[in-house]
Write a new protein. Structure first.
Length: 300
């Protein structure tokens, strides 16, 4: 475990230096805080893996976006020790490695220059109040009314927030301005989607019978997939294309490619046998076993 160092803020000069030059970096603000509790369950380990391994952004090279889970997000230059820890987030137009050369220990906004573009939280009884904020256990009309009240009261809350970190929803909405915020409960298999509109999150209507969130600006969808991941059956969040086809993990893609190559070999063997070529020649030419070729012959 690595303790957080309290590096003093460097004195400003004239002309003033940027926060990137004067405030702590990820090396000073790591995620491995010994005071922070560990992951709550195996789902919080596996689900982010599935999200990252199925993410394919057609408009971005793979080395120009970054995904992470359980990584501290430091977001306020005025309170540089304040952070939120997302269950999963995506940042675009940033290198996969910090400054193109190092694995990240945290995500520091004033160093990266880019806020996350998508954030996803996995609800649990101990986190849902903070994760949902004003949308917690409220119908849409009440949530809308309370959002107006929240905006009107922000100026009055400025003194309080000077000493107390804001809740997660407020950080995502006001500080980071993350365009797409989603929350998922594996207990109820319910996905909720909040889109930043006019500086505030507005909850979007979803078809809970066939839940697919289409992020048009990223040309990718997110839905609930019933399947087995890493040997565990469940209802998982997974990326999909416009037609609703689930995107494959690297392992699944390799297996699919292997099966397709094998099918092509078997078809080639069938074609060669149809020309009158004997089994031994087909085996030698295609590298198949004699049993495989004989099985093809018997199936005709």
């Amino acid at each position: 475990m690595v303790s957080i160092t309290h590096q003093p803020i460097l004195e400003q000069v004239d002309p003033p230096k940027s926060p990137r030059e004067t405030l702590p970096t990820m090396y000073d603000l790591p995620s491995e805080d010994p005071e922070e509790p560990g992951l709550p369950d195996q789902f919080h380990d596996l689900q982010p893996q599935l999200l990252s391994r199925t993410l394919k952004l057609s408009g971005y090279p793979s080395d120009s976006y970054f995904t992470a889970s359980d990584l501290n997000l430091y977001y306020d230059v005025n309170h540089y020790l304040w952070y939120k820890r997302s269950d999963w987030f995506l940042a675009i137009d940033v290198p996969r490695l910090y400054d193109g050369k190092d694995l990240r220990r945290s995500y520091v906004i004033w160093q990266e220059g880019k806020s996350p573009y998508v954030a996803i939280e996995f609800l649990s009884p101990g986190t849902e109040v903070e994760d949902l904020g004003r949308f917690y256990n409220k119908n849409s009309q009440v949530a809308k009314a309370e959002s107006v009240i929240a905006v009107n009261s922000r100026e009055n809350d400025s003194e309080q927030t000077a000493t107390k970190p804001p809740a997660k929803l407020e950080v995502y909405e006001r500080y980071l301005r993350i365009p797409h915020y989603l929350v998922y409960s594996r207990y109820t298999q319910k996905l909720r989607y909040f889109k930043l509109d006019g500086g505030q999150y507005q909850e979007q209507s979803l078809n809970q019978e066939n839940t697919i969130v289409w992020l048009a600006d990223l040309e990718i969808g997110l839905g609930i997939w019933e399947g087995v991941f890493e040997g565990i059956p469940g209802s998982w969040l997974r990326w999909c294309d416009r037609a609703g086809n689930w995107l494959l993990t690297d392992t699944e893609q390799a297996e699919k490619s292997k099966e397709e190559a094998q099918a092509q070999l078997l078809q080639a063997a069938q074609n060669l046998l149809a020309t009158g070529m004997d089994i031994e020649q087909v085996v030698q030419l295609l590298g198949l076993s004699e049993e495989q070729v004989k099985a093809i012959q018997l199936s005709d």
